[in-house]
Design a protein around this ligand. Structure first.
Ligand code: 13P
Length: 249
């Protein structure tokens, strides 16, 4: 069985102090929760303090991005090893905001997934189509291209360590959620495509949905066969609403 993952992507919100205050308020709200993996993805300066505060609770900490090199003259970047050293357990790769505003390519996402696995962090590979691509009937073509580029260098044995997040760009921060059947259709397609890559290992890959997930819509999304969790932006910024999402059942 696939253990659901609920991950909060804080994007460029919260100082280290704000992040610590969140964790202190959030942990008691989810103390009794079992059978769900919780991950928090704070900005870089908050990784170490958040990791310190969640130690021993089972809550994971994700870096929102990394460079694919182990080290080097790359001003403004951090390596996967540095993220792990700060206490990260996961790393988001290829978020649509990275692709859109920082020109990240499919090829870079593939390199980053490899680099993240090499330091034993769990990659959360994001993919998803824009509104124009959906309206042009290109959704499956786009997500397949992003998936194959992201996972192309991963072996079937490593496959189950990877988390995939389907985040339709038109649903991010817009309040416009994909309907549960709309999301399920793409998730089922992704799993089928992963099965061609990794055979039976595809059954254990968690595929998360992201895009305007809220306490009100999490249950219907989670009721779908191939939706194994959520990558939450806006609604992960408050301890109460994120805890309500974590407690979806
Ligand atoms: P929202 O939940 O704010 O739509 O953001 C989704 C997202 O981009 C998570 O990575």
């Amino acid at each position: 069985m696939r253990v659901p993952v609920i991950a909060g992507n804080w994007k460029m919100y919260k100082t280290a102090g704000d992040s610590a205050a969140f964790v202190r308020a959030f942990l008691p709200l989810v103390a009794g929760v079992r059978g769900v993996e919780i991950v928090l993805a704070p900005p870089f300066p908050s990784i170490a303090p958040v990791a310190q505060l969640v130690k021993g609770t089972g809550v994971g900490v994700a870096s929102q991005n990394v460079h694919f090199a182990a080290e080097g003259a790359y001003t403004g970047e951090i390596s996967p090893f540095m993220a792990a050293d700060a206490g990260a357990t996961h790393c988001i790769v290829g978020h649509s905001e990275r692709r859109q505003y920082f020109a990240e390519s499919d090829e870079m996402a593939g390199k980053k997934v490899r680099a993240v696995l090499s330091v034993s962090l769990t990659p959360i590979l994001c993919l998803g189509e824009t509104l124009a691509e959906r309206e042009a009937g290109k959704t499956f073509e786009v997500v397949e291209r992003q998936l194959l580029a992201g996972l192309g260098a991963v072996s079937p044995a490593e496959g189950p360590r990877v988390i995939v997040a389907y985040e339709p760009v038109w649903a991010i921060g817009t309040g416009k959620t994909a309907t549960a059947p709309q999301a399920q259709e793409v998730h089922a397609f992704l799993r089928l495509r992963i099965r061609r890559l990794w055979k039976d290992a595809a059954a254990s890959v968690r595929i998360l949905y992201g895009g305007s997930v809220k306490p009100e819509n999490i249950s219907s999304l989670m009721s779908q066969a191939d939706i194994d969790g959520a990558l939450v932006g806006g609604a992960s910024l408050s301890p109460g609403s994120f805890a309500d999402i974590v407690k979806f059942h």
